[in-house]
Structure formats: structure tokens, C-alpha cells
Design a protein around this ligand. Structure first.
Ligand code: PEP
Ligand code: MG
Length: 322
């Protein structure tokens, strides 16, 4: 199998009926980056920057952060990296950053909430990212956006840093794209504004599923209780694809769903054309894609989502199709 996947590395990910799909990988540390070449991923679709903070014993300084991002870009050898701004809190604990005990850390003071309340930390990171990508491209997304106002506030902070750096004579990135992660269900009711304002949107399906189903992603008693391939969650995802198509806003999905052939196939059937996964998923997912008739799949899947007296689960239908 490994040999077979290796042989697929130079093959473009295009379905049998000619639909190109972008396959990127998730990463967070420099040791992950050689996987770009080994897996054949076309870039890093999710760079979890908090991992560098989680393994450090003190808060990394701006210069250290800048060096780290530079090294990551250098090791990516021209393949694009989508950085995610610090996503601290919930399941992502930073030892030297002690927050008060919380009853519900997943719903607590984390990610953008923390970043906007303590903008100094985010501004240091933004400065490091802007410096590391001077003359090039910076693709950056913000986690756990709950209201569009948070995305606006984040963009304003970026603009502030851009002005600050240019006032001090630093080179700036040639191109700057700011995206929002869609992983909190409240954004489902702000989809049009979101698609209009964000340069791209990335679905964090791990958290979106956890919050949509009110099931702790880390608690096995409930995390497997509901099926992400059930009609409920797939309808949510379909709605996102429809809004992104209507607005022409680039869309990607970077949760665990992207990394297994059956669930990745479902995403293609829903209309996703870009997904990001752990490197080990690239080979198996590409091999699925090459054999897939995406048009036929959509013809089967989309009506099945609306079936209100279903005889079969969508998982059964997809398995049968596969
Ligand atoms: C997600 O929530 O789906 C995601 C990609 O981010 P993380 O798993 O790091 O929360
Ligand atoms: Mg998440």
C-alpha cells in the first residue's frame, strides 16, 4: 500500500470525471514539514501555530517566532502554508499561560476571545508572521470566530501591525489573505457576511461537529455517538458549500473528516474542492479520488440529504457507492 501511494505522488488529484481537488496537509511543527514532499500534498492547509507555544517553556519572543515561521516556509520549498493564528484553550493547553479554572473550557476563554482581550500576544504573532513573509505571501486564518465582529477586529489588528511595520521601514508581504475558520455554529447564521468579508473560509470540522452536536470531541462516550456522515451534519456542510459558491469565496475543510477516504468522498460529493488532512491521509484519499465519479456521487448524495423518510443511512449509501 505504502509503495502504491508513493507512486501516486506525482499524479494530480483529479477525479475520474475530471474534477480537480486540492489536497493539502495539516502541520504544526518543523518536523512535520518533510511530509510535504513524502505525501505529495500541495501545501499546508492548516499550520497549527499553537504547537510551537505548547512545547516551549516560556512565551516565544517575536524574533523566535519570526525565525520559526521563516524556517517553516523555507522547508516548504515554495508550497503555500496557511497559518492559523494562536488557538489556545480548550483541548490546547499552554503550560506557562495560566488561565483561571473553567467549568467548560471548550466554551471558555480561548482562541479569538483570548486574543482579542489580550491583543499583545496576537500582535506579537502577527508582527512575526508579517516579517517572516516580507516580499512573499501571507495566508493567515483565525480560529473559533463566533461573530463576524471578531473577524473584523482581527483584520483591524493586522492592519495596525502592517502600518506599524511600514512606518519603521520593514518590507511587507506582497500579498495578504485573511481567512476565518468556520467551527462555531453561530457563524451559520452569518454566512453571507462571512463569505463577503473573508478572503477564504476554512471549515474546522472537528470543532464544528463538537459544537453542532454538543458532544465533547475528547470524550469517547459521546464523541462517537453521532455520525458526521449523518444527514444533520452533512446538511450543515452543504449549506456552507452553497454559500461559498454563491459568493465565490475559496473554501476548504481541515478537520479529521478530510483524511479518510469514505468521509473525504462525502465532502467531494457535497461540493468541497479543497481539503487539508494529516499527511498519512493524502495517499489513500488521492487513490479514492482517482477512481471517483464526482458527478455521479453528487447525484446520489444531494437528494439523499433531503430524504425525510430514509430507508438507509447516508453512511450506508456512501459505503454502497464506494
Ligand atoms: C478543527 O477544529 O476541525 C480543526 C481543524 O482545528 P483543531 O482540530 O486544531 O481544533
Ligand atoms: Mg478547531
Amino acid at each position: 500500500r505504502q509503495e502504491q501511494y508513493r507512486a501516486l505522488r506525482p499524479v494530480d488529484p483529479v477525479t475520474r470525471d475530471g474534477v480537480p481537488v486540492t489536497l493539502q496537509m495539516n502541520a504544526g511543527l518543523l518536523v512535520d514539514l518533510p511530509q510535504l514532499e513524502e505525501s505529495g500534498a500541495s501545501g499546508v492547509g492548516l499550520f497549527r501555530t499553537e504547537l510551537q507555544f505548547m512545547i516551549a517553556s516560556t512565551m516565544p519572543k517575536v524574533d523566535e517566532q519570526e525565525q520559526f515561521y521563516r524556517s517553516a516556509l523555507r522547508q516548504a520549498k515554495g508550497k503555500p502554508i496557511t497559518f492559523r493564528a494562536l488557538d489556545i484553550g480548550g483541548d490546547k493547553v499552554i503550560p506557562y499561560f495560566r488561565a483561571a479554572h473553567e467549568e467548560n473550557p471548550a466554551l471558555g476563554w480561548r482562541a479569538m476571545r483570548l486574543a482579542l482581550d489580550r491583543p499583545g500576544i496576537l500582535r506579537m504573532q502577527l508582527r512575526a508572521l508579517l516579517r517572516a513573509t516580507a516580499g512573499g505571501e501571507l495566508k493567515l486564518m483565525f480560529p473559533m470566530v463566533t461573530e463576524i465582529s471578531e473577524f473584523r477586529a482581527a483584520r483591524a489588528l493586522v492592519n495596525k501591525e502592517v502600518n506599524h511595520l511600514s512606518r519603521f521601514g520593514y518590507d511587507l508581504p506582497r500579498k495578504l489573505e485573511l481567512g476565518a475558520m468556520l467551527e462555531v455554529p453561530s457563524l451559520m447564521w452569518q454566512l453571507d457576511e462571512l463569505m463577503k468579508e473573508a478572503d477564504f473560509v476554512s471549515v474546522g470540522s472537528n470543532d464544528l461537529f463538537q459544537f453542532a452536536m454538543a458532544s465533547d470531541r475528547g470524550n469517547v462516550r459521546v464523541s462517537n455517538r453521532f455520525d458526521p456522515l449523518g444527514r444533520t451534519f452533512l446538511r450543515i456542510l452543504r449549506q456552507i458549500v452553497t454559500a461559498s459558491d454563491a459568493a465565490g469565496t475559496p473554501l476548504t475543510l481541515c478537520g479529521e473528516l478530510a483524511g479518510r477516504p469514505l468521509t473525504a468522498m462525502a465532502l467531494i460529493g457535497l461540493g468541497f474542492r479543497s481539503i487539508s488532512m494529516s499527511p498519512a491521509g493524502i495517499g489513500p484519499v488521492k487513490s479514492m479520488l482517482l477512481a471517483l465519479d464526482a458527478g455521479k456521487l453528487a447525484q446520489m448524495l444531494l437528494p439523499a440529504l433531503e430524504d425525510d423518510e430514509p430507508e438507509f443511512t447516508v453512511r450506508e449509501l456512501l459505503t454502497d457507492f464506494a
